[in-house]
Design a protein around this ligand. Structure first.
Ligand code: FMN
Ligand code: SF4
Ligand code: SF4
Length: 259
């Protein structure tokens, strides 16, 4: 019977998607699985049900937020049913640190009935501070993601079903506080509506895109996607975070793989 590779990810600014796709494609190819892409980024795609079974593989990709799995994904994770399927965790972070996020994701998927056999942390451009991790993922990162996928496929073939030792601490560090921070909109806005479609929380007003409601993730999808550069995080708190990241996190970090 044909089995399925579930390529499930959340990726507001698309670096997680780029890495997770490479991992998933390599596993699907080597294991001859049908590749089912489930992009959880748009609000109308969440949550989504996965009913796994032995022989299936889940690749779960997420951006690291404050060293944790983004809280917005908890409802979706609760609908991933493993039933003995294998899972691979892919955490993508902005060249600061992934802290406890890989371990947390592995624990959550284990509780959902998956056999987590591998986890990878990949560095990418920081969505809040584009000079940090600039240009990443690059060709070397994508090649490392593909090789990780091939190595995972070989482990599955060899019958490995145990969770490896994964960097991180329990209890996990505190997650993101709700600061109420959200982007401002400058007079350059033409009300084109692009940001409305990009927002993973659906909180940008379609009739007046300068209005941003509660629940902003600070994911920066609207900032990066605006053709007029009209969405900006200009609050003092946001500027301090950027300065801290640019001051401390410029040295290149390589992928860290646990399998
Ligand atoms: C709210 C928020 C918190 C973040 N926290 C961290 C972090 O703790 N460590 C880190 O290295 N990067 C952090 N990042 C950066 C993202 O993990 C990184 O840019 C990631 O590549 C974004 O994924 P995406 O392109 O799929 O949206 C954070 C980004 C946001 C928006
Ligand atoms: S993408 Fe930019 S220009 Fe278009 S509606 Fe949003 S803020 Fe305005
Ligand atoms: S409004 Fe907030 S959640 Fe929506 S795209 Fe912009 S930064 Fe992301």
């Amino acid at each position: 019977m044909a089995h399925t590779l579930y390529n499930v990810f959340f990726s507001p600014t698309k670096s997680t998607e780029a890495i997770t796709d490479k991992v998933a494609d390599a596993i699907a190819q080597d294991r001859d699985l049908s590749n089912l892409i489930m992009n959880l980024t748009k609000p109308n795609r969440r949550p989504a049900l996965v009913s796994g079974e032995p022989g299936d593989v889940l690749v779960f990709g997420f951006p690291v937020y404050s060293g944790r799995v983004p809280a917005v994904l908890m409802e979706s994770i609760a609908l991933l049913e493993g039933e003995g399927a294998v899972a691979v965790v892919v955490g993508v972070y902005g060249n600061r640190d992934y802290d406890d996020a890989l371990l947390e994701a592995a624990d959550l998927l284990t509780m959902q009935g998956f056999n987590v056999i591998a986890a990878g942390a990949f560095s990418a451009e920081h969505s809040m501070a584009p000079r940090v991790g600039a240009g990443r993922p690059d060709a070397d990162d994508l090649a490392a993601a593909t090789q990780f996928g091939h190595d995972v496929a070989a482990l599955i073939e060899a019958g490995e079903r145990k969770m490896p030792s994964i960097k991180g601490n329990r209890p996990y560090r505190d997650g993101m506080p709700d600061t109420g921070m959200r982007p401002s909109t400058t007079d350059a806005c033409t009300a084109c509506g692009i940001c409305v479609k990009l927002c993973p929380m659906g909180i940008i007003d379609a009739d007046d895109p300068a209005k941003v409601g509660d629940g902003c993730l600070q994911c920066n999808a609207c900032v990066k996607g605006c053709p007029e550069d009209a969405k900006v995080f200009d609050a003092e708190g946001a500027k301090k975070i950027v300065a801290m990241l640019e001051g401390n996190c410029m040295a290149r970090k390589e992928p860290e793989l646990f399998l």
